[in-house]
Write a protein that binds this ligand. Structure first.
Ligand SMILES: [Zn+2]
Length: 124
């Protein structure tokens, strides 16, 4: 009988460890998706910023003044414009393109049933 109780105790401990691990993974997923969501920080560079202009329609993220200028230069370049600075290279444009795709993917995942279930099951 003592062995049965011990076995139940071990299974309970294993279950608590598995629940703790699942909770930490859920927290990591939620944390990784919150980058760029701070209300008083630039979504792109993370610097504290005062936002006076509404986010651009085609990139609904709050940018600091400098990132807003860079974003607009990127958009002009994407529409066939000329580079406006020496660093406005194809690689620079790729960083903007992939950052925007990353932010869009985060937004879509945050709204997905799988993400909502993960948060319901493992976070308060
Ligand atoms: Zn910025």
């Amino acid at each position: 009988m003592a062995e049965v109780i011990d076995l139940q105790g071990r299974k309970g401990k294993e279950r608590r460890i598995a629940e703790g691990r699942a909770r930490r993974r859920a927290e990591a997923v939620a944390s990784s998706l919150s980058c760029g969501m701070c209300p008083r920080r630039c979504a792109h560079c993370g610097q504290p910023a005062e936002f006076v202009a509404p986010p651009p329609m085609d990139a609904p993220y709050p940018f600091c003044e400098v990132c807003q200028e860079e974003y607009e230069a990127f958009r002009r370049l994407e529409k066939g414009g000329e580079p406006e600075a020496f660093w406005h290279t194809p690689q620079w444009a790729t960083t903007w393109r992939t950052w925007l795709a990353h932010m869009q993917a985060n937004q879509e995942f945050r709204g997905s049933p799988a993400f909502l279930k993960l948060m319901e099951e493992h976070l308060d």
